[in-house]
Design a protein around this ligand. Structure first.
Ligand code: B1M
Length: 215
């Protein structure tokens, strides 16, 4: 049953069918499947397939856009359920999260943000294509415990480094822990640019934030 719903969800994303993605996500919840499993084993696998086909030149940008939209449509059903599951908790800390300048990929970052919220963190999601200067201003204004920088493109990874450099230059680096993530990033990259941590997926991002705030 579960594997059939996951396969149908993957296909809905591959076909770029947002309506189907929404109705299947609802079916999955009704069947009692945990929403994070629906994202990980259904939607995310579908979008990964389209990404692979795109890099092999077998599908075009329009298919990539439609797949992204279908994934987001499904997530619009699932993320609120994750968020509500632990809404009563007292704030465990403040996390600001955004996708760096030049990069409009939002899906992974939004999952990380939602899981953090579900775990009791106050999350300020500052969006995508966020300039380094804007991160500076917002860190000064909101004083988060942790700043999370997402990057999905090899060409935008240097913007993560730029934010860290700017935090150092403006004397703010000691006030905020910085974590980085996104498919092309690695622990080695995080070490190289002087980040406090790296996470390869949303679940590890939550553990990392907890660890950094405790520490
Ligand atoms: Co884009 N895209 N895209 N894209 N896209 C990738 C990333 C790509 C790998 C596809 C490919 O060629 N195989 C490739 C990048 C190659 C590279 O640089 N290495 C690529 C490209 C080239 C592009 C464009 C340049 C295409 C073009 O225009 N010619 C363009 C760039 C636009 C821009 O940003 N300036 C582009 C555009 C788009 C869309 C807008 C169409 C759409 C995004 C829609 C949206 O986000 N609103 C899109 C999509 C959907 C993808 C793929 C298919 C899927 C990304 C995704 O959402 N994955 C992607 C292929 C792929 O990833 N295999 C691809 C699902 C998501 C759950 O995973 O984002 O990895 P992910 O997040 C994970 C972890 O990485 C981690 O946790 C998340 C959950 O577990 N994580 C963090 C993420 N952020 C974190 C932050 C943390 C910690 C963990 O702490 C702060």
């Amino acid at each position: 049953m579960e594997s059939m719903i996951f396969e149908e969800l993957q296909n809905a994303v591959i076909e770029g069918d947002s309506e189907k993605s929404v109705s299947l996500a609802k079916n999955a919840l009704e069947a009692g499947i945990p929403p994070l499993d629906v994202i990980t084993n259904g939607l995310a696998k579908g979008v990964k397939t389209v990404g692979d086909l795109f890099s092999e030149g077998q599908v075009f940008l329009v298919e990539l856009i439609l797949a992204g939209d279908a994934m987001k449509a499904g997530m619009s059903v699932l993320l609120p359920v994750i968020k509500e599951s632990k809404a009563e908790m007292i704030s465990a800390g403040k996390v600001m999260i955004g996708t760096v300048q030049g990069d409009i990929h939002s899906i992974g970052k939004d999952i990380v943000g939602t899981l953090l919220e579900a775990d009791g963190f106050e999350v300020l999601n500052v969006g995508e294509d966020v300039q380094s200067e804007t991160f500076m201003e917002k860190v000064k204004e909101h004083k988060p415990d942790v700043l999370g920088l997402s990057s999905l493109l090899t060409v935008t990874m240097p913007a993560q480094k730029d934010v860290i450099e700017k935090l150092k230059a403006s004397g703010l680096r000691g006030d905020v822990k910085v974590i980085v993530g996104g498919a092309p990033t690695t622990q080695e990259w995080a070490d190289e640019i002087g980040a406090d941590g790296w996470a390869g997926d949303a679940v590890s991002a939550v553990s990392l934030v907890k660890q950094l705030i405790k520490g």
